[in-house]
Design a binder for this molecule. Structure first.
Ligand SMILES: Nc1nc2c(c(=O)[nH]1)N[C@H]1C(S)=C(S)[C@@H](COP(=O)(O)O)O[C@H]1N2
Ligand SMILES: [Mo]
Length: 401
């Protein structure tokens, strides 16, 4: 077993260590912030959150999209957004085990895998985006005048990493999954989620066996490092192209069931409610959507009479990106951006377009992704009460001076 974890320190000691700074790179995957920055804190997140990289929103940290400018096609562990229902638990891989149980296993007795046993299975490595279903939520209010409940993300609740781990299907087969199993219920080891005085239990969300056998990973590495604490150490699910909530962190057990399962994460949240949707809500959300964003702060000032190389990123959960079109005049004229990466489903592409602004004053930048399946960003997103799956063309305000 190649990975020797740090002996689990108590939380306060760990935070103190983190505050102490650079010596900490020994901690699995927790890197140190740039020297110049005074990191802000989010309750329950362990890694440094320098304000030039993150905006803290409650127990979550949104990546600043403008800070992706000049970085590669993958998001480093230090810059990856964090979405925590409660707080990051410090788990020790040495005494962690995964339990599979339920009537969908042949033996019907629980089956355990230690961390070492998982690491001894054949590994696979793949790049996948993880994106919160609520990414872009605040734009329902700011752009469409239709507020939604929940964390007011702008566009930075998304990141692309290279994940290494074992296929969930390999583990299910070794555990003796029955032919008539239909649903899994992966559950995290973080504290139970309590909201409005109601204890909803630990984070858990049904996952169809069919998706599990398609492309789901039990990941133990992120960008070549042991999974960092905040991103699910020692093992998380990576469910490519699906809403981020499917990628359960700090995985502890998986129920395997011959009957369809539910949890509040498929009944109360992560479906579409509101007048535009079926009474009682849509089906539970699965795939993410189509988006693009400029690597520029909202309200940025650009110098008139100078050539700017505008950059951004585009992604679609449905198919590889085909085109990104850009407008610098609020949508009157469009031209294609140049794609800087080979489009792949499950990743994002960086794009660029030159712009020489002449007229000073406020301007609106737009970008529009179309994927190879013909999905394109609409002018308006279909509103839903909880503000999921915002996919509209974003109107990015800037000033030319
Ligand atoms: N156990 C557990 N898993 C979880 C969560 C959580 O709070 N607890 N948050 C989910 C949500 S809503 C998202 S968007 C992703 C975010 O992954 P990240 O924090 O690694 O970016 O993790 C998912 N997995
Ligand atoms: Mo999420």
């Amino acid at each position: 077993m190649p990975y020797s974890p740090v002996p689990a320190p108590d939380r306060r000691a760990l935070l103190k260590l983190l505050a102490a700074g650079p010596a900490l790179s020994v901690l699995g995957g927790i890197a140190t912030a740039p020297a110049a920055s005074a990191a802000t804190a989010a309750p329950g997140i362990l890694k440094p959150l320098p304000p030039e990289w993150f905006t803290v929103r409650g127990t979550n940290a949104e990546a600043r999209f403008d800070a992706f400018a000049g970085t590669g096609p993958r998001t480093s562990n230090e810059r990856f957004f964090v979405r925590n229902h409660t707080s990051t638990p410090v788990l020790d891989a040495a005494d962690w085990r995964l339990t599979l149980w339920g009537d969908g296993l042949h033996g019907r007795a629980p089956v355990h895998f230690t961390y070492g046993q998982l690491r001894d299975l054949p590994s696979v490595t793949r790049t996948a985006l993880i994106e919160c279903a609520g990414n872009g939520r605040s734009l329902y209010a700011t752009q469409q005048g239709e507020p939604a409940t929940g964390t007011a993300w702008t566009l930075g609740a998304v990141g692309a990493a290279r994940w290494r781990g074992v296929r969930l299907s390999d583990v299910l087969l070794r555990a003796g999954i029955a032919a008539d199993a239909v649903d899994l219920l992966p559950r995290g080891l973080d504290d139970p989620y309590v909201s409005g005085g109601v204890d909803f239990g630990r984070v858990r969300r049904p996952l169809p066996v069919a998706k599990a056998f398609d492309d789901v990973l039990l990941a133990y590495e992120m960008n070549g490092e042991p999974l960092p604490y905040d991103h699910g150490h020692p093992v998380r699910l990576v469910v490519p192209n699906w809403v981020g909530i499917a990628s359960v962190k700090w995985l502890g057990d998986i129920e395997v069931s011959t009957r369809p399962l539910t949890s509040p994460w498929t009944t109360d949240w992560y479906r579409l409610f509101g007048p535009a949707h079926p009474p009682g809500g849509s089906a539970p959300l699965t795939l993410q959507t189509v988006k693009s964003a400029y690597e520029l702060p909202f309200g940025a000032t650009l110098a008139a009479g100078r050539l700017h190389r505008l950059t951004g990123r585009a992604w679609s959960a449905h198919a590889p990106v085909r085109t990104v079109e850009v407008s610098v005049d609020g949508g009157a004229h469009w031209r294609p951006a140049r794609l800087l990466d080979t489009p792949r489903r499950g990743g994002w592409v960086r794009w660029t377009v030159p712009w020489l602004p002449h007229r000073t004053g406020p301007a609106t930048l737009l970008s529009r992704t179309t994927d190879a399946a013909g999905n394109t960003q609409p002018e308006r997103a279909v509103h839903n009460v909880q503000g999921y799956l915002f996919n509209a063309v974003v109107r990015h305000p800037i000033t030319v001076a």
